[in-house]
Write a protein that binds this ligand. Structure first.
Ligand code: XUL
Ligand code: CO
Length: 443
């Protein structure tokens, strides 16, 4: 994709299409590492990653926090007519993506257009903005990585959406999901996400957890059946997060989500959309979450960001830590990528980053860091002893009784007999520091 898509107004006037200029360039508006066509492990960087813009952070979030209002003045948010405002925002979105070389975006229904004051009005508005979206998508490569419904901001969802104790709210949420699925399908969306915003509890004293989980599963089955009937072929993703806004979120982490999907027979259609900052909130590393998902054939997609290492909050900052990203890319390459998804920058510029260019710097940094980490991880996989060292650690399972154990051919009494002969095992180092050094060596 080379075309820049400008609507009636150009919003990012000082910025041309971001080009790959290599690591010697000191142009802050150029890629140093992300070269979309460069092949890594036989596949272009562009197709490895499928980078996506998050509509909500990039175009809607003005930087408000609990201590003060937004600081960012967006020129696409000035029209008083909500449909015009949504079209301006979409023009800005397409201009931004085309200048960045981002071929995907992700959205919540309410990001596309303000919902107005009735369910019917919201439906009509969604129809209009998705008509406009279809028009904007014609003749270029910009696609929808996933759509979703915001079932957590409106006060009606304060006690949850699909897990609300009141059927009337559950039904409203279902109706909203129907429209969001329709919008996603209409725009050719490749996947659909359920992040359980307020699906959890604040106090167990007023909560029937089992009933709420049964209802959630029922709800997801209904949504999946509806979309499949409409011909939707993509995956559904659920997005683990342990807390915030609820004290306890039902989709706590990857393992909890997988248990839920297995219990309610949803594994075939649902994969996971993992987010770095959610992993760290659950006191896991992101690579841990990725491995858990991948081992269950459920690594669907990533929401890229980072938290704050000191206070642990869900700060949704852009990724910068190359060492951490390299560890993630080692898992990514080993499991051969995602099931249907890509890398969505669920990240926002800081409240005091108020220039429009800051949004470009943020995404350039994120894409460059992923690209560099991918190159390093590929180098480690192909040229270092990394795989050999790990294989050697488990080599006792490749022969003799170890092999028979792995094949399920031994009984507990066989282990008893073996140990009577073998005695105390020889001490074997885990050599963690040796493994850790490999990453710095290849950076
Ligand atoms: C919230 C979060 C959401 C989901 C989509 O922490 O990550 O933006 O990704 O609803
Ligand atoms: Co997210």
């Amino acid at each position: 994709m080379s075309k820049v898509i400008i609507g009636e107004k150009e919003y990012f006037k000082g910025v041309k299409k971001i080009q790959f200029e290599g690591r010697k360039s000191d142009n802050p508006l150029a890629f140093k590492w992300y070269d979309p066509k460069r092949k890594v492990g036989g596949k272009s960087m562009k197709s490895h990653f499928k980078f996506a813009m998050a509509y909500w952070h990039t175009l809607c979030n003005t930087g408000e926090d609990p201590f003060g209002p937004g600081t960012k003045v967006y020129p696409w948010a000035t029209a008083t007519d909500p449909v015009q405002q949504a079209k301006d925002k979409m023009d800005a979105a397409f201009e931004f993506m085309s200048k960045m070389g981002l071929e995907y975006f992700c959205f919540h229904d309410v990001d596309l257009i303000d919902e107005g004051d009735s369910f019917k009005e919201f439906g009509k508005r969604l129809d209009k903005i998705t008509d406009y979206g279809l028009q904007k998508m014609k003749g270029n490569n910009i696609k929808v990585l996933w759509g979703t419904a915001n079932l957590f901001s409106n006060p009606r969802y304060m006690n949850g959406a699909a897990t609300n104790p009141d059927f009337n709210v559950v039904a409203y949420a279902g109706a909203q999901v129907k429209n969001a699925l329709d919008a996603t399908i209409k725009l050719g969306g490749e996947n659909y996400v359920f992040w359980g915003g307020r699906e959890g509890y604040m106090s167990l004293l007023n909560t029937k957890m089992g009933k709420e989980l049964d209802n959630l599963a029922q709800f997801l089955h209904m949504a999946k059946d509806y979309a499949r009937k409409r011909g939707f072929k993509g995956y559904f993703f659920i997005e683990p997060k342990p807390m915030e806004p609820s004290k306890h979120q039902y989709d706590f982490d990857a393992a909890t989500c997988l248990n839920f999907l297995r219990q309610y027979d949803l594994m075939d259609d649902f994969k996971l959309n993992l987010e770095v900052n959610h992993a760290t909130l659950a006191q896991h590393t992101m690579q841990h979450e990725m491995q858990v998902a991948a081992d269950a054939n459920a690594l669907g997609s990533l929401d890229a960001n980072r938290g704050d290492y000191q206070n642990g909050w869900d700060t949704d900052q852009f990724p910068v830590d190359l060492y951490e990203l390299t560890e993630m890319m080692l898992v990514f390459l080993e499991v051969k990528g995602f099931k249907g998804g890509g890398i969505n920058f669920d990240a926002k510029t800081r409240r005091n980053s108020t220039d429009l260019e800051d949004i470009f710097y943020a995404h350039i940094g994120g894409m460059d860091n992923f690209a560099r980490a991918l190159v390093i991880a590929d180098d480690i996989m192909r040229n270092s002893d990394y795989k050999k060292l790990r294989k050697a650690r488990y080599s006792t399972f490749d022969r003799g009784q170890g092999k028979q154990f792995a094949q399920g051919k031994l009984k507990l009494t066989d282990l008893y007999k073996y140990t009577q002969k073998n005695g105390e095992p020889k001490q074997t180092s885990g050599r963690q520091e040796l493994f850790e050094n490999l990453i710095n060596q290849y950076i």
